[in-house]
Write a protein that binds this ligand. Structure first.
Ligand SMILES: NC(=O)c1ccc[n+]([C@@H]2O[C@H](COP(=O)([O-])OP(=O)(O)OC[C@H]3O[C@@H](n4cnc5c(N)ncnc54)[C@H](O)[C@@H]3O)[C@@H](O)[C@H]2O)c1
Length: 345
């Protein structure tokens, strides 16, 4: 494939200068804007070595993940399962990690089960990919390190991480219990950090990695009765940006995916629907009907749908996991059916 990287064009000039033309060629290059940049590269051999790194992956415009191995947390159901299936369809083998049990007394919607995780496995295998299901709590750092080690032993490597596992608890700042705050932060923020810290040691030696953290639109704006959740998701964006700064030199990219409202257990429950009525300025009811919630949301819905389906957001993860996205890191990706048009930045 033709090499179009400006860095490597400069690198080629450097070789030419050093081997054949000497100072006169350097002066000619330095007379152009490009040459000035080249002169900077010439002055720093370490920088030159990095920009000319032969392990650098090049953009292929391919989203093919054949031969890749991906860990997806929270993959028993919902968005995590949809992402696991999308990665598998693109060619990746999958390790799916899920607690498959109640996570916090503050969570008011039903928990995922081992049957759910097995169903994800059945669907991944039906696509023709290898699958390992792991029952683990992302709050358990040792368990996450074990999972990453097992993935390397059984799938050969850890190419991709999609850290999707998370919970939502509704409580006002005034009335929230210590446990509610702690559980949301422990799972969404600390658990995600545990997951990242477990996989990174397997990526650095190979100088390859794609890390995608599933944050939320609520990590890009506030939500009444959702302070712990919003804080955890904003925190994940900070985690992502810091990790991106540290890991770029190892060709590991780190980005976040921010879904808008998606039709999963986390959304389809009386607690979330009551909050949806409040968001729309309607009288909150304890058990609103689906029709009432849809009617409340539609007038301000940009694409005139009340919520998305999990498969609607999964392609963003496939893209960010692909070689085509090899120069995308430290970025947030909103998949919101238009809610993000209302964010101010
Ligand atoms: N549904 C939405 O509208 C929406 C919007 C934006 C962001 N998100 C985020 O997307 C992710 C997936 O949400 P979902 O809607 O699919 O919810 P979900 O409840 O259907 O799925 C979440 C999965 O994560 C697992 N999980 C939770 N805590 C865990 C832990 N400590 N260890 C291991 N596994 C754990 C659950 O068992 C479950 O299978 C979450 O991080 C959520 O915050 C969801």
């Amino acid at each position: 494939m033709e090499h179009l990287s400006p860095n490597n064009d400069l690198a080629n000039d450097h070789e030419h200068n050093e081997d054949h033309s000497g100072m006169s060629r350097r002066k000619m290059i330095a007379s152009t804007v490009t040459g000035l940049a080249g002169a900077f590269v010439l002055g720093n051999s370490n920088l030159f070595a990095q920009t000319n790194n032969p392990s650098t992956k090049r953009s292929t415009n391919s989203f093919n993940l054949a031969g890749k191995a991906a860990m997806v947390t929270g993959a028993a159901r919902g968005i995590g399962r949809a992402i696991a299936l999308a990665l598998a369809e693109a060619g990746a083998d999958i390790m799916a990690v899920d607690i498959c049990a109640p996570v916090s007394s503050g969570v008011i919607y039903p928990s995922a089960t081992k049957d759910d995780l097995d169903e994800t496995g059945r669907q991944v295998k039906a696509i023709g990919r290898r699958f390992i299901g792991v029952v683990a709590d992302i709050r358990d750092s040792a368990a996450m390190k074990d999972a990453a080690g097992r993935m390397e032993r059984e799938l050969g490597k850890v190419d991709i991480l999609v850290a999707d596992a998370g919970i939502q608890v509704y409580a006002s700042v005034a009335e929230m219990t210590d446990q509610q705050w702690k559980d949301v932060i422990d799972v969404n923020l600390t658990g995600t950090a545990n997951t990242v810290r477990a996989v990174v040691p397997h990526m650095i030696p190979r100088k390859y990695g794609r890390i995608i953290l599933v944050a939320s639109g609520q990590g890009r704006h506030g939500m009444a009765d959702g302070s712990a959740y919003s804080a955890s998701k904003w925190g994940m964006i900070g985690l992502m940006k810091s990790a991106a700064l540290e890991l770029g030199k190892y060709e590991i990219t780190v980005n976040t995916l921010e879904p808008g409202l998606v039709d999963t257990h986390m959304t389809r429950n009386p607690g979330r629907w009551k909050e949806a009525l409040k968001e729309a300025g309607k009288e909150p009811k304890d058990n609103p009907t689906e029709e009432e919630v849809i009617a409340a949301r539609l007038p301000t819905a940009v694409m005139k749908i009340p919520w998305m389906q999990p498969a609607d957001v999964a392609p963003v993860a496939v893209f960010l996991a692909s070689d085509a996205a090899y120069r995308i890191t430290g970025a947030t990706y909103d998949a919101t059916a238009g809610d993000s048009a209302k964010y101010t930045a």
